[in-house]
Design a protein around this ligand. Structure first.
Ligand code: PXP
Length: 234
């Protein structure tokens, strides 16, 4: 059985739309944990468009499972990670103009000192990359503990032939990650329709899923929310 990390960035996105105090991501994390989440995942973006520094501090103090911090490979973020000490840091590419993380991180040898610094703080390092065998070999050389396979391309496909070929690419990537002694993680764009094919591969150890879960929660909670307000204005 694989672990499920819940990405709660989207709860913070709704809060930031009003710059107010609700919905509270810390509460979202607690509910996720009470219902089986094995990990809480957040992306502290350089522009702080959703998760704030204060969220990260409070999550570190309150969550009872594991905290996975997605972040850009920058000195500012490394300093934050060293102080917060999440269980895992997942290095992701980041562009200010993008709506969400587009494409995997391109690994370069310049990342080596930064990865070392994070590991020396006792934090597991994961890298978010495309299912590319050369990149995976390079991740091993850089000393990363886990590789998160970017499933965004897979999630956007609807042509059967391309889908089969991408699933095969993900499987080959997962096998190499495992053989190299790293943890096999997957995430991005996964939803209630497309996750099963990956689960069937029986090799991915952890999934990080956010948008589809928060989207579904809007509808599973909407009826009760309307009903409660109607009682008040009645
Ligand atoms: N994993 C990583 C590294 C991500 O950047 C994201 C998006 O923030 C996710 C998983 C979750 O993606 P989604 O919200 O599409 O489920």
């Amino acid at each position: 059985m694989a672990d499920l990390g819940i990405n709660i960035d989207h709860v913070a996105t709704i809060r930031q739309a009003r710059m107010g105090i609700e919905p509270e991501p810390i509460q979202a994390a607690a509910i996720a944990e009470q219902n089986g989440a094995d990990q809480i995942t957040v992306h502290l973006r350089e522009d702080r468009r959703h998760i704030q520094d204060r969220d990260l501090e409070l999550l570190r103090k309150t969550i009872q499972t594991k905290l996975n911090l997605e972040m850009a490979a920058t000195p500012e973020m490394v300093t934050i990670a060293q102080s917060i000490k999440p269980d895992t840091v997942t290095l992701v590419p980041e562009k200010r103009e993008e709506l969400t993380t587009e494409g995997g991180l391109k690994l370069t040898k310049e990342l080596l000192p930064l990865i070392r610094e994070i590991k020396e703080a006792g934090i597991e390092v994961s890298v978010f990359i495309e299912p590319d065998l050369e990149m995976i070999k390079f991740a091993k050389e850089l000393g990363t503990d886990a590789v998160e396979i970017h499933t965004g391309y897979y999630a956007n496909l609807n042509n059967n032939k391309e889908l089969e070929s991408e699933i095969n690419r993900i499987y080959e990537a997962a096998k190499l990650i495992k053989k190299s002694g790293m943890r096999v993680v997957a995430g991005h764009g996964l939803n209630y329709h497309n996750v099963q094919r990956l689960v069937d591969l029986d090799i991915i150890e952890e999934y990080n899923i956010g948008h589809s879960i928060i989207s579904r929660a809007v509808f599973t909670g909407l009826a009760e929310a309307v009903f409660s307000m109607k009682q008040l204005v009645f």
